[in-house]
Design a protein around this ligand. Structure first.
Ligand code: FES
Length: 470
């Protein structure tokens, strides 16, 4: 049995984490409020004692009101992502339900009401200097490569969720309210993605995006999975419309400042919320625009369904990020739409609209990877200003964005693997063709490496202006 140190208790603040182990296995660590034991019918019995000896007998997985559980990350039924499971309490035990077909598992024992069993692993949080330790059945040395926080809060406007079939209430924009429209049960993924791209109200866009991801994951592996469809017959906008914001040239957007004043921090949060809304569009656009993509070569292959799951997950994350930033702006007395914005990110989508390899290279591995470089600096500015609520929001976003770069890296590598090309060279060639100017240091080499990007990808690399000038 290997004892694997995961992290100090003090650094664990979220409900779930994906544990990436050096043997390539992935587990989920759940951090859940300790369930109160059932009331003791005999208050004079030892188990009702509140003496110091009680805490010494507390379960090993419990500390300070939180209990910790670890289970395999892939559902034993058909591989569903257990980190996205829903969590309920039944008979004083936590039950997690897989997002794909809703099989339920006791998070401590792994037992399921359908008769299959998930692997669970003992977690020890006592007597090791406040460090969470995982007991893992392996004779070989196994280490944690990465502990990835899974965020889960989507802050939708009150009244928007579930009420909205044909109901425009809940809009956060200051302009005309567009009707919120859901598509029918037989709508394809491509039809949904086009619908989201054409949705101009940001509150509706995030709600529809969350709905689509839920639909896709719930039906995946059932007898009626969502049909992917194609872009034939769906209308894609040249530039996705926007309600309630003034779209201006990049140079006319207010300078963010250094974060020392509230006005400066609002400028930064507003600019980030704008980027997140474009990121939703970019993630759904990649699904519909390249739905029928085929790899080159004699054994041409289309994209597996996991590709669509991954990018719809990215879209769902971006919708969540927008909701968090919009909420934070409102807590600071502002709102999304209070400042002008630009659509520079969409320009990169336009120039890469013909080639999936170029799209992934520029959007995921240049722009999103750049976010990994600058996020820690931005977070530090908010921390120095004492704005902990914004720090918490930005840290959720940063952790998610590492996984988005991972998604880009994974699918570029998959395509290159099929086509027997080198992903590093494909990436660098695309940057030289479709990105303007140099990739700017300093790079967050650690976060980039976590996402799969080693220095061969981005060192000494410049886009087309510089190449032409040389
Ligand atoms: S994959 Fe988890 S229930 Fe089917």
């Amino acid at each position: 049995m290997a004892r694997i140190r995961l992290a100090p208790l003090s650094t664990l603040t979220q409900t779930r984490y994906v544990i990436h182990l050096s043997n390539k296995k992935r587990l989920v660590l759940f951090r859940l409020p300790t369930i109160d034991p059932k009331p003791n019918p005999n208050p004079r019995s030892p188990s009702a004692s509140t003496s110091a000896s009680e805490s010494a007998c507390a379960p090993r997985n419990e500390s300070n009101g939180w209990s910790y559980y670890a289970m395999e990350a892939e559902c034993p039924h058909a591989g569903g992502p257990m980190q996205d499971s829903t969590i309920d309490i039944e008979d004083s035990a936590y039950i997690v339900s897989c997002p794909w077909h809703a099989y339920d598992f006791n998070v401590e024992t792994g037992e399921s009401s359908v008769g299959i069993q998930a692997c669970t692993f003992p977690v020890d949080v006592r007597g090791v200097d406040g460090v969470v330790v995982l007991e893992y059945p392996s004779g070989d040395k196994v280490e944690v490569v990465r502990l990835e926080a899974v965020s889960e809060v989507m802050k939708l406007k009150k009244g928007a969720v579930g009420s909205a079939h044909g109901n425009g209430s809940g809009s956060g924009s200051r302009g005309e309210v567009e009707e919120l429209r859901y598509l029918g049960d037989d709508a394809t993924v491509c039809e949904w993605c086009a619908h989201i791209l054409n949705t101009s109200n940001p509150e509706h866009k995030i709600e529809l995006t969350a709905h689509l991801f839920k639909l896709f994951t719930e039906r995946e592996g059932t007898e009626s999975p969502m049909v992917i469809g194609s872009r034939t017959g769906v209308a894609l906008p040249d530039l996705p419309p926007r309600d309630g914001v003034k779209d201006v040239n990049r140079t006319a957007v207010p300078k963010p400042g250094r974060g020392g004043t509230q006005k400066s921090r609002i400028n930064m949060l507003h600019a980030l919320a704008n980027i997140e809304q474009w990121a939703i569009d970019l993630a759904v656009d990649i699904c519909v625009r390249f739905a029928t993509f085929q790899t080159n070569g004699a054994d041409a292959r289309g994209l597996p369904r996991a590709f669509f799951h991954d990018w719809l997950k990215v879209a769902n994350d971006e919708a969540k990020h927008f909701s968090l930033l919009r909420t934070r702006l409102e807590e600071l007395g502002s709102y999304f739409g209070a400042l002008p914005v630009h659509h520079g990110l969409w320009d990169s989508a336009t120039v890469t609209a013909h080639d999936l390899r170029a799209r992934i290279s520029i959007i995921a591995l240049v722009h999103e990877a750049r976010g990994l470089d600058v996020n820690p600096v931005t977070i530090d500015k908010f921390r120095k200003a004492g704005d902990q609520e914004s720090v918490d929001t930005l840290e959720i976003i940063h952790n998610d964005e590492i996984t988005h770069v991972t998604t880009g890296h994974r699918w570029l590598t998959w395509i290159c693997g099929q086509e027997e090309t080198d992903p590093v060279q494909v990436f660098r060639g695309n940057v030289q063709k479709y990105f303007r100017g140099p990739l700017r240091a300093p790079f967050n080499t650690e976060a980039r490496l976590q996402a799969g990007l080693d220095q061969r990808y981005y060192e000494n690399l410049s886009g087309y202006d510089v190449v032409q000038a040389a």
